[in-house]
Design a protein around this ligand. Structure first.
Ligand code: BTN
Length: 247
């Protein structure tokens, strides 16, 4: 992705109170020729989407709901999705000093085993657009969560309070993300993904399961695929092809 010149990430920025999905809004803008770097954010989504056909719900105003329209000059490699996760982790840590964000391949963000953020990348690089959708729990409180999620989710507010830090607001995170995303998605950023991933990788050494098997995660390869040991063999899994369960 070339974010050089006046094609800044996060400009123009459209913020809406409510929409179906910011990814859909960004896709509609892509079809109308919106430029590389366009950012769409919302206080509330009525049809937020997650990966693997899941829905993504968040109480109004509790999260950063952001979609970046990017127009890569060539189809991005498998490292791109991982770079977005690293950029998001870095932006969260900038806002809450002392926070340690882990990444769960391909691009979930977790803190001490609880999900902090999710990423949904959609698009047609051949038609020169990609939409990077990022949902981060910012001010979300446990009482706003469905009972089954209380032990599985966290937010920047909860982590900030635990660390005695100020609680950030979603717009601050959007600003920080514009900078970290630009850095991680440019060629020199993508080159650093395989070196930096292990320091945040929470799956390494753990059993992962997918529809047709299970094995021990051993990090990523140079194309961003998950390396898994299955008995004596090492295999690789590509994001999008498998749906992982852990444990
Ligand atoms: C996941 O963890 O499954 C990915 C969740 C991605 C959610 C974000 S919120 C902003 C953007 N708009 C959507 O409809 N989804 C993404």
């Amino acid at each position: 992705v070339d974010a050089s010149g006046d094609q800044r990430i996060g400009f123009p920025h459209l913020h809406v109170r409510r929409c179906g999905s910011t990814n859909d809004l960004a896709r509609a803008l892509a079809a109308r020729g919106a430029p590389h770097g366009t950012l769409v954010t919302a206080d509330e989504q009525t049809a937020g989407r997650g990966r693997q056909g899941r829905s993504w719900t968040a109480p109004p105003g509790s999260s950063l709901l952001a979609s970046f329209l990017l127009r890569p000059q060539r189809p991005p490699s498998g490292l791109f999705a991982l770079a977005v996760a690293l950029a998001t982790a870095e932006a969260c840590e900038e806002l809450v000093p002392g926070l340690e964000v882990g990444v769960k391949w391909p691009n979930d963000l977790v803190v001490a085993g609880r999900k902090l953020a999710g990423i949904l990348i959609e698009g047609r690089p051949q038609e020169s657009w990609l939409v990077v959708g990022i949902g981060v729990n910012v001010t979300l409180r446990p009482e706003q969560l469905a009972p089954e999620l209380v032990d599985r989710a966290t937010s920047l507010a909860l982590e900030a309070e635990r660390l005695g830090r100020r609680v950030p607001v979603p717009s601050e995170l959007a600003t920080a993300l514009c900078t970290t995303l630009a850095r991680w998605t440019e060629p020199s950023g993508l080159e650093r993904v395989t070196a930096v991933w292990p320091s945040r990788d929470v799956l390494a050494g753990h059993t992962v399961r997918w529809s047709s098997g299970s094995g021990i995660a051993e990090g990523i390869d140079e194309q961003g695929r998950l390396r898994v040991r299955v008995g004596e063999q090492e295999i690789t899994l590509a994001a999008g092809e498998v749906h992982l369960g852990t444990g």
